[in-house]
Design a protein around this ligand. Sequence first.
Ligand SMILES: Cc1cc2nc3c(=O)[nH]c(=O)nc-3n(C[C@H](O)[C@H](O)[C@H](O)COP(=O)(O)O)c2cc1C
Length: 184
Amino acid sequence: MKQNNMIVIYKSSTGFTKRYAELVAKEMGCAIEDYRNVSSGMLSKYDIVIFGTRAHAGRADGFQKAKRLFEKSNISKMILFVTGATPNAAAEIVETFWRQNLSAEEMTKIPHFYMQSGLCYEKMSLPDRLMMKVAAIMIRHKKNKTEQDLGFEEGIKSSFDNSSKEYIEPLISYLRTNAQYNKK
Ligand SMILES: Cc1cc2nc3c(=O)[nH]c(=O)nc-3n(C[C@H](O)[C@H](O)[C@H](O)COP(=O)(O)O)c2cc1C
């Protein structure tokens, strides 16, 4: 069924979030747009906005700006999904991430979903590559590394892609089981 009341907005630098956004939009039969092309006036046509972005040094990239944009529009529901190099299985890290990015009220009001992706050095911007280099140096020199530190050190050495369509399922099932999202 086509969802005319819903749009997926994505902010993507190396393409992982864009690919997940496209999968979600295709599955729901809804509109999709790059965050850079979106105005609050244009969003007002929709009831539900799904904002997809990346985890960036512990932050949901652009989330504060996106919230201001959505507040100016008439949308009634915002849903957030974040992609990151952290595996979905690292539940504690993912939970800490949410607590750092959402207030207690937002935790209950904004449905939020995490989707593991990877790293793509080939498409990374120069500032991001430098940030990764600094992270690599810091972790290399860290004393008494934990299991998690060792995994991180190994994981950021080169590009990888652990993304998979299955990771959109919790979001899709949320959208489908909430009846109000199936109305035009
Ligand atoms: C500078 C930098 C910082 C990152 N910080 C995190 C992070 O804190 N947590 C995480 O899980 N992934 C982190 N990542 C990985 C990205 O979130 C991941 O590659 C994301 O899917 C990229 O999305 P995009 O391809 O749509 O830009 C970071 C990547 C870069 C380059």
